[in-house]
Every structure is written in C-alpha cells, then in structure tokens.
Design a protein around this ligand. Sequence first.
Ligand code: AN0
Ligand code: CP
Length: 321
Amino acid sequence: MRHFTNVKDMGDLHVALQEALEIKKDRYKYVELGKHKTLLMVFFNSSLRTRLSTQKAAMNLGMNVIVLDVNQGAWKLETERGVIMDGDKSEHLLEAVPVMGSYCDIIGVRSFAHFENREDDYTEKILNQFIQYSGRPVFSMEAATGHPLQAFADLITIEEHKETKRPKVVLTWAPHPKALPQAVPNSFADWMNEADVDFVITHPEGYELDPKFVRGAKVEYDQKKAFEGADFIYAKNWACPGVTRPEDYGKILSKDMSWTVDAEHMSWTNNAQFMHCLPVRRNMIVSDDVIESPRSLVIPEAANREISATVVLKRILEEIG
Ligand code: AN0
Ligand code: CP
C-alpha cells in the first residue's frame, strides 16, 4: 500500500483484520521495520486520539515522529493557485508540501471539510495536493470526506465484540450544536459495506450521505424501526451532505433531540453495544447512562486506533522498503 485514503487501499478486509489481531497480540513485532524512517503528522485541525494513537503506532514500528500543527506556529498557508498573496497568508501549499516531504518518509494529514465548496471537499483537494506534491506516501488522519483509520478501528472493534456471526450494525445520526463533517459516517459506511455485517443507516430526511459511500446500504428514516434487532449502534452527527439540495451543503437542518441515543432508544435494540468515534458531546449525541453502560465500546474502540494505525504504517513501510 502506498497511500491510504479509503477502504479500497486496504484490499481484502479479512486479511487486514487478521493482521490487526496479530499486531494486537504483539504490537512490537515489526519494531525493526521503521528504523531510520520518519513520520510527519500534519494537523490543520484539532485531535486527541489520532495524534496520540498514530504517534504510538509509529513508535511500535521503530519510527521517528515529527508533528506540525499548522495553525499553531507555522505560516498561514494559501491553497488556491493564482491568488495575489497580499493578505494574511505568508506561504503557499505548493512550496510548503514538497518542503515537508523533504524531511520525512511518510506523511499523515488531518484536514477537515471547509464546507465552503462541496466540490473542493468531495474531490479531496487538500489531501490530493499532498499526494501530488509531497513525493511521499500519504495517509488520511481524517480528510474532507473520509476518516479511514477510524473506520478500520471500528471494524476491528466490531470483530472483537460481535456475539453473532453476521451482526446488524446501525449508523444513526444524532443532534449536535455545531456543523460537523461527513468524514466519519462516510468512511464507516464505506467499510461496513465491505464487511460481513447487515448494515443500516438512519437519519432525518435531508441528511442523505453521498451515494459513493452509501452504495447498497439500507437507509431507514424511522429511527425506531432501524434500531429493531440491532447488535451495534454507531452514533454520529454530521451536517447536511448536500446530496438532495446542494445549497444546504454544510448546514444544520435539525437539532431534534428525540434522535439522542438514550436508554429508551437502546431498549428497541437486540441489547446492542454502543459505539462512537469520540470526541462526543454527552446528552446531545448520547445520554450519560448509555455511554457509561457496560454495553458501551467507546474506550476499546479508541484504543483500537493504535492498532489500525500500526497496520497502515506497517503496510506503507513494507511498500517503500
Ligand atoms: C470531528 C468530526 O466530526 O469529524 C472529528 C471526529 C473524529 N469532530 C468534531 O469536530 C467534534
Ligand atoms: N476519533 C478521532 O479521530 O478523534 P480525534 O479527533 O481526537 O483524533
């Protein structure tokens, strides 16, 4: 694997899962692989889990790690070509990216959707500039439309905790005070569609995810019906994806608190286990009692981010030799 931006880069998911479980048993097994190799992590947005778990993964593989928080201490970057740079941006991405590439062997990029222009977000303009101009393998640490390291960790978590061979997995929208990207639900759908699960998506009308990610998944607008028989409830807020009404892209269409996952919602399920990628706003997305219950997987799910990142970095290191 050279770049890692979506589920297709991973190949056979059964093989990927076996590799993940093998690494989980002995996370230093490949500690020689990354010797004298440097990972650069570039953050345009905040992070707790991705920052720590990806650095830990690189250390599991014996790599050196450098981190750049673009908004804290670096020059403000222009991303548009042809702009007369007489504003507050001191440097262009077209110089900054190859310079970053010259100091490392692999680059991880976190760059959320801007919600200004759907086309720019959905063509992954920023991530693709890193792929095109850095000269290095690039992986997504959550880009505009995907968060594949999270979805891979989610898949590992489901594999470890499933109580039936083919569990019913429900992705549910939940309310949130701020407009959030579609990266997490897009990638979750991307991966669940390839996994051995019965996958259902539920959200209020207007929140339809991009068909490129939904593919054949069942969409049920009645949250209660969707939850019936569920083995896993995966909650997440996202802002309007602009599929049915492009002019609504990035807007909050609903803050309907009847979608908040609480004990009553969980009682509609097959004693489901609760998942969320974190960070989560309690009593907006999920009630205190559900997230604290023994059926909540949020902590092991976050812990598996170290494992998904170790597999991804291992595969890239094997490719570059
Ligand atoms: C981000 C999002 O929803 O994409 C990151 C989640 C991993 N969440 C927030 O900005 C709160
Ligand atoms: N789940 C996740 O990616 O968390 P951070 O935003 O804290 O990295």
